[in-house]
Ligand binder design. Structure first.
Ligand code: ADP
Ligand code: MG
Length: 249
């Protein structure tokens, strides 16, 4: 059978997550197709990061299922290292290893985890570094880079594992305003290559321009879904989304 373009890569059903007594995700249902760019919006504390962390296998869940390519990633015998190679994640805090150079940071996964050939991995790393305009910084240490540069390196590091899905959790939230654009442009470039992505952001104009679908979350639930981002921003259906968007205007 041919692999179809509208193939569902990720299927989340009834995802329920608690921390001690706090219910954080209240039965999330979400399907992501290959090549889709889904932007998750919602107020602070509504569970966006937790949802991404669950998808990346970083959290134990208390109910429901998360299936990647029709295989549950929450069952006991799943190989999480495998999953994390397929589903890359970049966080708000650029979590580069401070004692390693840029290129060492990037090659760690491809060489140690994926056991790839050094020359081949190096070529890919350089190509990616070039694409984000940082080829000349490969021997720098993270402390020698700006926030925007570090975040672009963190993205390259994730991409160098050749993931099929990328998760971005407020990757520009701790950047100075003048550096936000350079990081968003890298993500924009990925949309043009057809990368499947789930993006959590508070950059509303960016969300509007890249999203195939907007998911609006509140209090651990998906409150509103829109396949027409423009429609969501100009005419949200729920009061909660209206209220949320007003804050950003
Ligand atoms: P968002 O990313 O939308 O701001 P989070 O997913 O970070 O929200 O958090 C959702 C809720 O879960 C919040 O109430 C937060 O305090 C709580 N929470 C997040 N992580 C933990 C944790 N490790 N232990 C306990 N509570 C947590
Ligand atoms: Mg968060």
């Amino acid at each position: 059978m041919y692999e179809q373009d509208n193939e569902e890569l990720l299927v989340i059903k009834g995802l329920h997550k608690e921390y001690n007594d706090l219910i954080v995700l209240k039965g999330i249902d979400l399907k992501i197709k290959k090549g889709e760019v889904v932007v998750i919006l919602g107020p602070s504390g509504c569970g966006k990061s937790t949802l991404l962390r669950c998808i990346n296998g970083l959290e134990k869940i208390q109910g429901g299922d998360i299936r990647y390519k029709n295989e549950s990633i929450v069952s006991k015998d799943v190989n999480l290292q495998d999953i994390r190679q397929q589903i890359g994640m970049v966080f708000q805090s650029y979590d580069l290893f401070p004692h390693m150079t840029v290129i060492e940071n990037i090659l760690l996964g491809p060489l140690k985890v994926q056991k790839r050939n050094k020359k081949e991995a190096m070529e890919q790393a350089c190509e990616l570094l070039d694409r984000v305009g940082l080829l000349d910084r490969q021997d720098s240490y993270p402390r020698q880079l700006s926030g925007g540069q570090k975040q672009r390196i963190a993205i390259v590091r994730a991409l160098c594992m050749n993931p099929e899905i990328m998760l971005f959790d407020e990757v520009t939230a701790s950047l100075d305003p003048e550096m936000v654009r350079e990081v968003l442009d890298v993500i924009l470039g990925l949309t043009k290559q057809g990368m499947t992505m789930i993006i959590v952001t508070h950059e509303m104009n960016f969300a509007r321009s890249v999203a195939d679908r907007i998911i609006f979350m509140d209090e651990g639930d998906i409150c509103e879904t829109s396949e027409e981002p423009e429609e969501f921003f100009t005419n949200p259906k729920t009061e909660r989304a209206k209220h949320f968007l007003n804050i950003f205007q």
